[in-house]
Write a protein that binds this ligand. Structure first.
Ligand code: NAD
Length: 292
């Protein structure tokens, strides 16, 4: 049976290291990193994410600001708020919770955030820096996914890695990070032919598809490491349940290690957001980022 990769415990450890780094920055540099989160509208899932982000930001000793705007906020008003936050020197990280209402151009919003404060890593400048191997603020879920793979496997150098999914949020940045770790990377997607045989050659599978329990155990190379990014809500036995993109029951019999859902990649996202905020604050102030 596969070793279970405990993302919840790993994220807890990371948050404790971040709290220590934040305390050091306060003592040694009189610097308190600050994260501003902007939520437009009333999406219930987004409200929960934003509340969790604010809570965990405060718990590690950083400043947190929540800007809650009504769903009918104009694009111009949202862009004006982002620009004010860009100019506010106490704010080191800016996150606009996606999705924004349909009348707002999300790309325009993301690209208005100062790249130095873009702690979600979605600004084209940071995406370009990542893909050209330069220092960048990098998307949180991909960073967390690769951290868990390294935690399970040690060095990823030379491994065959298959990423299933090519979204800008997960698939593409994960593939770039794996390339930077010297993996041989294949990106599979909805138009890929014979997905099972692509997955079967992988030492490392990262699934970011959004299809409940799609990857089965008999697709895997025995001993493969499986990082399941998917979060899917399903009804089973009359109960509401969260499942990943991998069929955990069959995959854990074949994989060498696997992340559960929930408790795998999910908790890593906010922890990586906090660490990006510390990195952004240090870069803005010209201070070396403490060990985290
Ligand atoms: P998305 O819908 O933007 O992208 C899904 C990708 O999967 C697409 O590139 C598509 O080509 C590919 N795909 C779809 N059907 C496929 C198929 N049958 N075979 C192969 N590829 C297929 O989704 P996303 O934003 O990248 O998110 C993916 C999953 O990760 C979702 O379940 C989402 O909830 C989850 N997610 C979790 C976190 C977290 O843990 N914090 C963060 C972001 C996303």
């Amino acid at each position: 049976m596969a070793k279970i990769i405990d993302g919840k415990a790993f994220a807890e450890g990371l948050r404790a290291r971040i709290a220590k780094a934040v305390a050091e920055l306060k003592t040694n540099h009189n610097l308190t990193p600050g994260l501003a989160v902007v939520l437009v509208g009333e999406d219930p899932a987004s409200k929960v994410y934003v509340a969790n982000k604010a809570k965990q930001t405060v718990e590690v000793g950083m400043n947190s600001w929540e800007h809650k705007l009504p769903a009918d906020t104009s694009e111009a008003d949202l862009l004006a708020l982002v620009k004010r936050l860009n100019d506010d020197s106490s704010v080191h990280g800016i996150l606009v919770q996606m999705p924004v209402p349909k009348h707002i151009d999300s790309a325009k919003v993301l690209n208005t955030i100062d790249p130095a404060k873009d702690v979600d890593g979605f600004h084209v400048v940071n995406v370009g820096r990542l893909s050209t191997g330069q220092e960048a603020l990098t998307a949180c879920t991909p960073v967390g996914s690769v951290m868990l793979a390294k935690h399970a496997l040690g060095s990823l150098e030379g491994l065959e890695a298959v990423v299933i999914g090519r979204s800008n949020i997960v698939g593409k940045p994960v593939a770039q990070l794996l390339l930077a770790e010297n993996c041989t990377v294949t990106i599979a997607h909805s138009r890929s032919k014979d997905l099972t045989s692509i997955v079967r050659r992988a030492d490392l599978v990262i699934a970011a598809v959004g299809r409940p329990e799609m990857v089965k155990g008999d697709w895997l190379k025995p001993g493969a490491c499986v990082i399941d990014v998917g979060i899917n809500r399903i009804e089973r036995d009359g109960k509401n349940k969260l499942v990943g993109d991998c069929d955990f029951a069959s995959c854990e019999k074949v994989a060498g290690s696997i992340t559960p859902v929930p408790g795998g990649v999910g908790p890593m996202t906010i922890a990586c957001l906090l660490s990006n905020t510390v990195k952004a604050a240090c870069a803005i102030k010209g201070i070396e980022t403490p060990e985290m």
